[in-house]
Structures are given as structure tokens and as C-alpha cells.
Design a binder for this molecule. Structure first.
Ligand code: FAD
Length: 513
């Protein structure tokens, strides 16, 4: 495959002609697995950005990763993007005419159980899929990570570079808060083990650091006892105020006193199969009965999604009693409740079923102009009035998540940005699948424009909010995003990736020749 790379580096095509030092790149990559799979590395789940790399390299160890970084550093213009599972929306894992490291090639490189200070952990490769981490931890040790994403076909390094949020984050914080040590290959090509106590600047910078400071080759992930079963519940609200009051109460409860998972979503108050009532029942044999809804219900409704961990040895009536005690305190629409008991694995892998169905319908590989935001509690009611009830009151052709998180569970030393004005903020995720509505010819550009209009509305109304999985086109916007942490961000960039080689698809810094 070296010949393939040589073809590009020394080719006659003017666009592919590089600096003289590129000859050294070819020899310094000798022995590495270089593939011509540049087309797939040139696109991502978002499906609206395309940027072909020069080559895709399949590293087998941190040593390989460091070699690639050093080889790129020796040139005038090559960049390096670690690609996890390519589930970004806006080309974040791409490297235009640069080198892409297919981190999944290292997915089995490391898997070790350990313990310290009474906590158990597993050391896993940065290229491992969370789905595989789950399966291996449960089957081999009866243990599991504490904090998840909804969908587990994402890599450890990919989510740790952003945050990693699901219905457990209210209790344990995001995935970035559940890692105690990492091995990172910096933009200087140095392999560094970092933690809160050792090389802490790199540790904190890399968590939520959008891949800007180094490539995570190994992470130490905290574990807990894996429950056998989960009671999975959905209840429906017609009033946003009651919905947020109950959701905020639930996330304030201590471990052992409340549910183990708290999420929720907005859906349309009609029978639309993609956006409306049919999206609420958990099982195909369950039916949503709209007769129970109050006659004054608005255009959208809200569904609180909850889960309680339980064990095979629990008597069903004990679980029922606990669930009834908690649900009895909530003000959902009477009778609009769905519940099932499922295995812990089935619960955590629930989105896999959605993936399979979407693949059959051909919408998994279609464009996904998604918008993810964190919005302060102080602005969420206004957001509901302006956005959920007006701009997207017909739905977005996919889930619209909205649920509360606690800022106190997010370490402010990490690079990920969250609203600061209140301890509670909401994640809002518009998970659009195109075509969006059965009725409309909605193409991706129109939906991106709608996302931008929503972001602009938040600015105009002075909301305290941050984009999650951020994407901006100018450094001014990045400066605004990081606010008073921008100086720290650029200082860390200068320390760990002075040539700005890494993660060029984030579009924050330009490669320094
Ligand atoms: P990629 O898209 O491959 O990479 C993302 C960024 O991280 C790129 O800049 C890349 O260069 C960098 N990167 C990748 N690997 C490494 C590494 N080892 N070291 C350093 N940098 C690296 N997020 C949530 O928080 N909660 C959810 O519930 C959730 N659900 C999702 C469901 C779906 C279907 C999709 C498509 C996305 C979802 N996400 C969710 C978003 C997801 O967490 C991010 O997009 C994540 O970055 C994807 O992981 P990946 O492995 O595909 O990363």
C-alpha cells in the first residue's frame, strides 16, 4: 500500500503534489497498514460533508499512531484525523487531503480489568466500540461502565472527545467524568499517560477536547455492578411545566432513592408514525390511546423515559412497589403509561433495534442534519414556547430529546462547555432523519437552515446555551463557544499540538506549516 501513498505524494496531479519532505512521509510510514478506503473516511453519519483524505492508516498500537503523527509533523501541510466510528455530523473526523487513522483497527488492542481506591475499572482501547465494551464487561466480569450514550455504536475515543451523555449522566456525569486515566498520543508525537494527578493538563484538556490535543489510544473507564434487569417506563405529559418539574425532581434524587435512568422527548400530538403518538409505546403490541389526553393539550406532548435497575432475585412486587412509589409522585397524564421488563443488555442496546429498522427503511445512510444543544434551566420554558411549540411543532422526522442534567456532575476542568447560570441545564437533541416528514420535500439544506435559525433565536433571546458536538465556521464563533476558557484551550493547543495537525475537521485551527 505504500505504493498507493507514493502515487498521491509524488503524483503528477498538481493538487496532490506536496512539499519535498513528503518523500520522508512515505518511508517513515513503511510497514504500516495503509488502505485505499478513502471514500468511506471522506464521509460521516451527518451525510452532508465530504472530504477525501490522502490515505487511511490502520494502526495496531500507540506506537503506530505516534509514527503517523510524527510523519505528518515532518511535512509542511499534512494533518491527521483520528476516526472513531465516523458518527460525527459535520465532518469532524475528516482530514482533507490528510491522514486518517482508523482507530477501530486498534479496538481489541487493550482490555484489562483492574481496581484502585475501592473502584473497579477497565482499560480499553480508544478505538473500541462502547457496544463491545458493554458485552465484554458484562459477560466476563458481571460489571459495566456507569455512564452511557443512547447509541453504543460509537468509539470510546470519539465520545470522550465530546462528552458522552445519556440518561445516567444526571447521576454519574457524562462519560468524560467516568475516566480516571488515559494514554494519549499528542500532536508532538509523544505517547503520554495522563490522569488527574499525572500530566493533568493533557488529561483535562483531552476530555471533551474535540480531538485537538491528542489521540486517545487507551482509557480507564470506571465500572459498577451490572444489574440483571431493567424496568423501562414511559409516561406522557401535556404540560411542559409539569414535565420539567417532575424530571428535575427525579434527577435530584440520590442513588437508591430514585430511577437509574432519566431521559425524555417531545413528540407531536397526532398519529404521525414518525413524530407522533406511535413513537411512544415501547413494544409493538402496546397502543397509545389519545382519548386520555386533556382536550386542551397543545401541538406537542412530552414523554418522560425512566428505568429502574433490578435483579432476577427481586420479587416482582418489590419492583412494582418501588416504581409505584416514585410514579405516584409524578403528574403525568393518568393512564398514559408504558412499561416493560427487559434485560440490562437489551435496554442499553435499544437503539441498535432502531438502527436495524432505519437501515431497512434506507434512512440510516441518508443525511442527518442533527442539532444538539445544552440549554440552561432558566431558558428552557421559553425554548419550549418558541421552538418545540412553534418552529418544530410538526416534528423533525426523528426523536427530539429534552431532559435535565446537573452541572455539578460536569468537571469544569474538562474542555467540554456547558451553560453556567444554573445547576440544571437541559440537553436538547433534534435527531433528524431525512426525509423528515412524510408530507414534505425537506432536504438537508432546509433542515440545516432551520437548525441555524434555532441557534440564532437562542442568541437573539440571550439564552444561556452551548452547542453540544459543536460545529462552527469561524474562529470567532469558537472563541464565543469557549468564552473565558478559550485562552486555556489555545494554550493547551500550543503545548500539545503546536503545528495544529490534529482533528482538522473540527475547523478550529489551521495547520501551521
Ligand atoms: P468520530 O465521529 O469518528 O470522531 C469524532 C471526533 O473525535 C473527531 O474530531 C475525531 O477526530 C475525534 N476522535 C475520534 N477518535 C478519537 C480518539 N481516539 N482520540 C482523540 N480524538 C478522537 N452522543 C452522546 O453524547 N449521547 C448519545 O446518546 C449519542 N447518540 C448518538 C447516536 C448516533 C446514531 C450518532 C450518530 C451519534 C450519537 N452521539 C451521541 C454523538 C457521538 O457521541 C459523537 O458524534 C461521537 O463523536 C461519535 O463517536 P465516533 O467514534 O463515531 O467519533
Amino acid at each position: 500500500m505504500i505504493a498507493y501513498l507514493e502515487h498521491f505524494v509524488h503524483g503528477n496531479d498538481a493538487e496532490s503534489r506536496q512539499d519535498d519532505t513528503d518523500g520522508d512521509v512515505v518511508s517513515s510510514l513503511d510497514g504500516l497498514e495503509i488502505t485505499s478506503a478513502t471514500a468511506s473516511a471522506g464521509k460521516d453519519f451527518g451525510g452532508t460533508k465530504f472530504s477525501k483524505p490522502l490515505a487511511v492508516i490502520r494502526p495496531s498500537s500507540a506506537v503506530d499512531v505516534a509514527r503517523v503523527v510524527r510523519a505528518a509533523a515532518a511535512t509542511a501541510n499534512l494533518t491527521v484525523a483520528a476516526r472513531g466510528n465516523g458518527h460525527s455530523i459535520n465532518g469532524q473526523a475528516m482530514a482533507h487531503r490528510g491522514l486518517v487513522l482508523d482507530m477501530r483497527a486498534m479496538e481489541n488492542e487493550c482490555f484489562r480489568l483492574g481496581g484502585e481506591n475501592g473502584l473497579r475499572y477497565v482499560d480499553v482501547s480508544g478505538g473500541a466500540l462502547w457496544e463491545d465494551v458493554l458485552k465484554r464487561c458484562v459477560s466476563q466480569f458481571g460489571l459495566a461502565p456507569r455512564s452511557w450514550t443512547d447509541y453504543l455504536g460509537l468509539t470510546v475515543g470519539g465520545t470522550l472527545s465530546n462528552g458522552g451523555v445519556s440518561g445516567q449522566a444526571f447521576r454519574y456525569g457524562p462519560q468524560t467524568g467516568n475516566v480516571t486515566e488515559m494514554e494519549v498520543v499528542t500532536g508532538r508525537g509523544e505517547t503520554v499517560v495522563c490522569s488527574e494527578k499525572q500530566n493533568s493538563e493533557l488529561f483535562f484538556a483531552a476530555l471533551g477536547g474535540l480531538g485537538q490535543f491528542g489521540i486517545i489510544t487507551r482509557a480507564r473507564v470506571l465500572l459498577q455492578q451490572a444489574p440483571d434487569m431493567v424496568r423501562w417506563i414511559r409516561v406522557v405529559y401535556s404540560e411542559f411545566e409539569a414535565y420539567t418539574r417532575d424530571a428535575e425532581w427525579l434527577v435530584s434524587l440520590r442513588e437508591g432513592e430514585g430511577f437509574d435512568y432519566v431521559e425524555g422527548f417531545v413528540f407531536v400530538n397526532n398519529d404521525d408514525p414518525c413524530n407522533g403518538w406511535p413513537t411512544v409505546p415501547i413494544r409493538p403490541n402496546q397502543r397509545f390511546n389519545p382519548v386520555r389526553l386533556p382536550s386542551n393539550a397543545g401541538p406537542v406532548l412530552y414523554c418522560l423515559e425512566l428505568a429502574l435497575h433490578c435483579s432476577h432475585s427481586d420479587h416482582p412486587s418489590t419492583v412494582d412497589m418501588e416504581v409505584d412509589r416514585l410514579l405516584g409522585r409524578l403528574g403525568f397524564v393518568e393512564g398514559v403509561k408504558f412499561e416493560v421488563d427487559v434485560s440490562y443488555m437489551e435496554f442499553l442496546l435499544r437503539v441498535k433495534r432502531v438502527e436495524e429498522e432505519a437501515k431497512v427503511k434506507g434512512i440510516w445512510d441518508a443525511p442527518h442534519p442533527w442539532l444538539n444543544m445544552f440549554i440552561s434551566k432558566s431558558n428552557i420554558a421559553d425554548f419550549d414556547r418558541q421552538v418545540f411549540k412553534k418552529i418544530i411543532n410538526n416534528g423533525v422526522g426523528g426523536p427530539i430529546l429534552v431532559y435535565p442534567l446537573l452541572r455539578s456532575k460536569w468537571d469544569s476542568r474538562h474542555s467540554v462547555m456547558v451553560p453556567e447560570s444554573s445547576n440544571i441545564f437541559y440537553i436538547v437533541a433534534l435527531l433528524r432523519f431525512v426525509p423528515a416528514l412524510p408530507k414534505g420535500p425537506h432536504n438537508a439544506e432546509i433542515l440545516v437552515a432551520q437548525n441555524n435559525a434555532i441557534i440564532q433565536l437562542c442568541y437573539n433571546r440571550g439564552f444561556d446555551f452551548k452547542l453540544y458536538l459543536p460545529h462552527y465556521n469561524s474562529q470567532e464563533n469558537w472563541m464565543r463557544h469557549f468564552g473565558d476558557k478559550w485562552t486555556r484551550f489555545i494554550d493547551s493547543k500550543a503545548n500539545f499540538d503546536p503545528l495544529a495537525l490534529l482533528a482538522p475537521g473540527q475547523n478550529i485551527f489551521s495547520r501551521i506549516p
